[in-house]
Design a protein around this ligand. Structure first.
Ligand code: SAH
Length: 222
């Protein structure tokens, strides 16, 4: 088999496999069409090292180095669905972009993505993937999620893939009225939390138990 046939073979397989992934997500209760389309379109195998790429379409979290993980597809879909809830979102802040997979899913659905990551080598690799996939509405910065991205606030949505002990006040302050924040909260026991900013304040909803890496303070060098 020559090389180009080989590569297109992998492409075909991954497309079929993604179709099955989308079916599984639907069985698990994900119903938002925009989210399912985005999950169908983003090639998850490109967000992993070659040695791990063959496992890209399993519904599990996978290692991306530096003791971090690429989130499980179900949780990416679920959090994205909770974030958008049928609204058109302009600006979204993503905290802990890691491999950039969640950023790429968001890029297909919302206006602009502003992503923060504290481990520089992960940030550099994710940026490269955004360029490869021509996702021009994603900006990525080496920054601390506890501080948010003040100069771009307010955000219509804020999504985090790492858990603080409590929802940081600094992030609530960067949420637009009518906006939603979705993040895991807790230590050993974590809950997926949604906070909605209303005219009069904040409303919190606890969704389901989850397990994420901790949101660590400050910048890491990898
Ligand atoms: N959605 C990502 C998940 C990566 S795991 C993916 O699918 O690849 C969570 C990420 O949060 C890790 O990369 C970790 O380095 C990052 N992180 C942890 N604390 C952070 C902080 N304070 N600021 C920014 N990123 C942080």
């Amino acid at each position: 088999m020559n090389r180009s046939a080989d590569v297109s073979g992998i492409g075909m397989t991954s497309q079929r496999t993604r179709e099955r992934l989308v079916q599984r997500l639907q069985e698990q209760g994900v119903s938002n069409i925009a989210v399912l389309d985005a999950m169908r379109n983003v090639p998850r195998h490109l967000f992993l090292d070659e040695a791990m790429a063959h496992r890209a379409y399993e519904d599990t979290a996978l290692p991306i180095g530096y003791q971090q993980t690429l989130s499980q597809p179900y949780i990416v879909a679920r959090m994205t669905e909770l974030l958008i809830t049928g609204r058109d979102l302009g600006k979204v802040l993503e905290i802990g972009s890691g491999s950039g997979y969640q950023s790429a899913v968001l890029a297909g659905i919302v206006g602009e993505v502003f992503a923060l990551e504290r481990i520089k080598p992960l940030l550099m690799a994710a940026r490269k993937r955004m360029r490869q996939l021509k996702l021009r509405n994603v900006q990525m910065r080496h920054g601390d999620g506890y501080e948010g991205w003040e100069s771009q606030a307010p955000f219509d949505g804020i999504l985090a893939a790492a858990a603080p002990e409590q929802v940081p006040q600094s992030l609530l302050a960067q949420l637009a009225v009518g906006g939603r924040l979705v993040m895991p909260v807790g230590g050993r026991e974590q809950t997926l939390v949604v906070v909605e900013r209303t005219d009069s304040g904040f409303e919190r909803y606890d969704i389901e138990p989850v397990r994420f890496v901790p949101l660590l303070p400050g910048l890491g060098n990898g």
